[in-house]
Ligand binder design. Structure first.
Ligand SMILES: Nc1c(N[C@@H]2O[C@H](COP(=O)(O)O)[C@@H](O)[C@H]2O)[nH]c(=O)[nH]c1=O
Length: 385
């Protein structure tokens, strides 16, 4: 299984704090928003918090609604989502509610932390604690790989704290941000913030993509997704969003029995969408998606050299209907990074996959993200079965 979809969830005050400095946890969400959070938890395979949050909040992280728990069981899921914490030191309170409520738990730790955790006498058995050591250091990619591969977690909700949110966002590993902004002022400089200092993808001039705002009681839910493409062969969460958009655009193509339906998006290095296109766009019966998108841009646009082209199907390297195939148009535009979901099958061009080496041969990085292959194929089922 691929790494899970990572959703960062938190409530913040109007002055940007997660909590105050008092001993009790500050409730920023109102009743309606806590119910929304309960619903998001119920729709997740796992809920993760950092060790700091486990120590300061002593959370239980349950699905509180009996109806939602019953619906999970009826759907063949465990009653409660898996609970996860991460602790390099393993220095955790064995009496914390986290260990003694809900279903299964996992703690990710280091070699050293695992030794410490083994001495704590954490609960064992069906609702017990699995201690997973990821090596000498705690690295997020290793944790997320293990959650996908060994635990089958597809949807991970992260409920803090600020350090965990910051690391996941800065490392390009967060797929979505759900912020509940509460009409409260904390007013304490020492209070914890949702995001700390450090380098965020694309820097302060990059903007995330807004996908939803919604009032929930007196708080406002804001949902953002990251926008900054990964670099080289590394796939960022934003890459997956843009590729998903390319796959959605493919569904807008006029149907054809003799050509693929493909969607494409051109995105600048700071996460700005430059152009989008789809096959047979605007009444042109032979237009390809990448060609349609690139045609909307000024070929001298300096952003193209560091842009990424997302295409649901690998750009063509040979075509009869036009003098230049899309791979050539992309190279000529100066683009050197292509992210695609589906390698071109030999349906229309013999030996298509081998021919497509042209992009790589001329210095472009081609990243294939096979998790999206089914979505890319969906509007083409009649052609490829
Ligand atoms: N205070 C606060 C949140 N706090 C989060 O909820 C966790 C506790 O959950 P539970 O064990 O169910 O009480 C806590 O550790 C922290 O991650 N969440 C929100 O959506 N809104 C809020 O105002």
């Amino acid at each position: 299984m691929p790494q899970p979809y990572v959703l960062l969830s938190a409530a913040v005050s109007l002055d940007g704090y997660l909590d105050d400095t008092g001993p009790e946890r500050l409730l920023l969400s109102g009743p309606a928003d806590f119910d929304r959070v309960d619903q998001v938890r119920a729709a997740s395979d796992a809920i993760l918090i950092g060790a700091g949050t486990l120590r300061t909040d002593n959370p239980r992280l349950l699905v509180n609604s009996p109806e939602r728990r019953a619906a999970r069981v009826a759907a063949g899921l465990p009653e409660y989502p898996l609970k996860i914490t991460v602790s390099a030191s393993g220095d955790l309170d064995p009496e914390a509610q986290f260990w003694h409520t809900g279903g299964e738990k996992v703690v990710y730790t280091t070699d050293k932390g695992a030794e410490r955790l083994r001495t704590l006498g954490l609960p064992t058995g069906p609702a017990g604690v699995d201690v997973v050591c990821v090596g000498p250091d705690l690295e997020w990619p290793a944790v997320l790989d293990h959650l996908g591969d060994a635990r089958g977690v597809a949807r991970l909700m992260v409920e803090g704290g600020g350090r965990v949110h910051t690391q996941l966002l800065q490392q390009g590993l967060a797929d979505e941000l759900q912020l509940a902004v509460a009409p409260v002022f904390v007013g304490e400089a020492e209070a914890p913030r949702m995001f700390g200092t450090g380098a965020y993808p694309g820097g302060p001039t990059s903007r995330l993509r807004l996908v939803e705002t919604r009032p929930v009681g007196d708080v406002v839910l804001i949902r953002y997704v990251p926008s900054v493409p990964g670099t080289g062969p590394t796939v960022s969460a934003a890459d997956r969003h843009w590729l998903a958009l390319a796959c959605e655009l493919a569904a807008e193509c006029p149907p054809s029995g003799t050509a693929f339906s493909v969607g494409a998006v051109v995105v600048a290095a700071d996460g700005t969408e430059l152009a989008r296109g789809h096959s047979r766009e605007a009444g042109d019966p032979v237009a390809h998606a990448e060609e349609a998108a690139l045609a909307k841009l000024d070929p001298t646009d300096p952003r193209l050299a560091s842009a990424t082209v997302y295409s649901s199907l690998e750009p063509c390297a040979r075509r009869a209907s036009r003098p230049a195939p899309c791979a050539r148009l992309i190279l000529d535009a100066g683009v050197r990074r292509v992210v695609t979901a589906w390698r071109e099958p030999d349906t229309f061009v013999p030996d298509a996959t081998a021919r497509n080496a042209v992009l790589a041969e001329e210095g472009a990085v081609v990243v294939v993200v096979p998790e999206y292959e089914d979505r890319a194929k969906e509007p083409n089922r009649h052609l490829v079965g």
